[in-house]
Design a protein around this ligand. Structure first.
Ligand code: FES
Length: 156
């Protein structure tokens, strides 16, 4: 069977094929370049080491932010003086949360999600509690680690 009329010309077909090939090549190069320039982008560490003096003396009922890879972490001192650390990222769609000391709750402004002081999701769309970390103080270092991760620092 012979086709008399085509919906696309040979030139259009070849141009589309060549354009797609160029686009794929540039996308791959751009991705490799971004991964080289920002190697930790999107990755979360197993632990971070912070200067303990910068964090342990914050007032009760307050938080101090730190970088958890490319995400927000909070060192948190409750009103009774107990300390903990958590990821300051909402469990709904990963917006950053803020601490509201007057209400003693964490708030996500993206879709009005609320978490209590223990990170439990209490209102709005967040489906699960905030993620807490293990903390340990060693030689004036504050070690914040993923729950259950064993950190071995080199001896000085
Ligand atoms: S991202 Fe926090 S409530 Fe939606």
């Amino acid at each position: 069977m012979k086709i008399n009329y085509s919906l696309i010309t040979r030139r259009t077909f070849l141009n589309t094929l060549f354009g797609g090939w160029i686009f794929a090549m540039l996308s791959g190069s751009l991705y490799a370049l971004l991964k080289f320039a920002f190697p930790t982008l999107g990755k979360e560490p197993d632990f971070v080491v912070l200067n303990a003096n910068d964090f342990l003396n914050i007032p009760p009922n307050s938080v101090k932010p730190f970088a958890w890879g490319g995400k927000l972490g909070f060192f948190f001192k409750k009103e009774n003086g107990t300390t903990t650390a958590l990821k300051g990222v909402c469990t709904h769609m990963e917006c950053n949360v803020t601490y509201k000391p007057e209400l003693k709750k964490f708030y996500c402004a993206c879709h009005k999600g609320w978490f209590d002081q223990d990170g439990k999701n209490i209102e709005g769309p967040p489906p699960k509690p905030l993620e807490f970390f293990d903390i340990k103080v060693e030689n004036e270092k504050l070690i914040v680690a993923r729950k259950g991760f064993k950190v071995e620092l080199p001896k000085a």
